[in-house]
Design a protein around this ligand. Structure first.
Ligand SMILES: *[C@@H]1O[C@H](CO)[C@@H](O)[C@H](O)[C@H]1NC(C)=O
Ligand SMILES: *[C@@H]1O[C@H](CO)[C@@H](O)[C@H](O)[C@H]1NC(C)=O
Length: 338
């Protein structure tokens, strides 16, 4: 008799072949690079994680350039500007984007994330700032949150690194997976950061990466899921969280018993995106409920047929739908402010 935990018994999403190949490549890469002694084989990652260069001359309506923030910790960002909007002269929102990768992998110049930011930039349209924060296990919690906050402080003081039509009074934080965890933690810090020009008016939280000691129903159901199986996420939490803490640390179990009281905090209006094949979905819905119960303005969008990180695969129709929904969320928020 087949056991209920065997992979063959698990519901499977329907995906186009190109997405399947990318996913199995990413899984193989991260599995091969994760060592049992808690280190990452960077040599292997650097060989296989192909990079794209910034382009000062527009390609398909988007130009980009890299800005160094602090060379001593390799903190930099890639700034994407849409050329069409520049020609029409209107002020543009600024989207500060944090990539996913379990806090351990990838960067703004990884091909998939460079492509995602270009799509945001062109379609919203917005100036997109994609952040190269430090990675674990070489740099653990809270280095990533510190880097995220420091990027905002840097932009607040160095307005000139952005194109003239970038409107820092209409800033959005955005991220997927670990990047959405990071964006949340930056949002929590913003009210105390002493920013003078930047106003964070929205947060786009795409399949945020949260967790806890408890195993949720979705984690059990999608045990063998690509990218974020429990074996992978357990390892990643272990090398991210401080020594001696478990997954109920507030960085993982964000809405759990150790959580911060958000009710009095000026927290941006938030869009939370959840996929029905994502093992992390129960944690993501708890995050949504927690924000709502804390009196925050938060909207949940569900993609019942989608896996974790689906939106980076641009051959999925749902990927385009999500970009449109993000565009609508941002533009609606801006019209409320005007
Ligand atoms: C972990 O293992 C790798 C590969 O075997 C080795 O090069 C590295 O020095 C080890 N690191 C630690 C901290 O044990
Ligand atoms: C994690 O947080 C949830 C609330 O979202 C809580 O019910 C649960 O007890 C926490 N996990 C543990 C093991 O404490």
């Amino acid at each position: 008799m087949a056991s209920t935990t065997s992979n063959s018994q698990q519901p499977k999403p329907v995906l186009p072949w190109r997405a399947r190949i990318s996913i199995s490549f990413l899984c193989t890469l991260s599995d091969a690079a994760r060592r049992s002694n808690g280190t990452v084989n960077r040599l292997l990652i650097n060989l296989l994680d192909l990079k794209s260069h910034p382009n000062a001359a527009p390609v398909n309506g988007v130009s980009s350039n890299d800005v160094t923030v602090d060379a001593s910790r390799n903190l930099w960002c890639r700034v994407f500007s849409p050329t069409v909007a520049a020609a029409s002269g209107g002020a543009l929102p600024v989207v500060i984007f944090f990539h996913g990768g379990g806090f351990a992998f990838l960067s703004p110049d990884s091909l998939a994330y460079d492509a995602v930011c270009r799509r945001f930039c062109r379609q919203i349209p917005a100036v997109v700032v994609s952040v190269n924060y430090r990675l674990t296990p070489e740099h653990r919690y809270p280095s990533q949150y510190d880097d995220g906050e420091d990027i905002l402080k840097f932009l607040d003081e160095n307005r000139a690194v952005l194109p003239e039509n970038a409107d820092l009074s209409k800033c959005f934080l955005a991220g997927d997976s670990a990047g959405a965890n990071l964006a949340h933690n930056v949002a929590v810090r913003v009210p105390k950061s002493g920013l003078r020009i930047i106003r964070v008016v929205g947060l786009v939280s795409i399949q945020p990466w949260f967790g806890g000691e408890e195993r949720t129903a979705a984690e059990e159901k999608f045990k063998g899921a690509p990218l974020v199986s429990m074996a992978r996420t357990d390892w990643l939490w272990k090398v991210f969280l401080p020594d001696g803490s478990d997954r109920d640390h507030v960085a993982a179990n964000v809405s759990g018993p150790n959580s911060e009281d958000l009710s009095g905090l000026d927290y941006p209006d938030t869009l939370v995106v959840v996929g029905g094949f994502d093992p992390l979905q129960d944690w993501q819905r708890r995050y949504y409920e927690w924000l709502k119960n804390s009196g925050k303005n938060v909207q949940l969008i569900e993609y019942p047929k989608m896996i974790h990180a689906f939106y980076v695969f641009d051959d999925l129709p749902e990927s385009s739908q999500l970009i449109t929904q993000i565009k609508d969320f941002i533009n609606k928020r801006i019209s409320e402010l005007n």
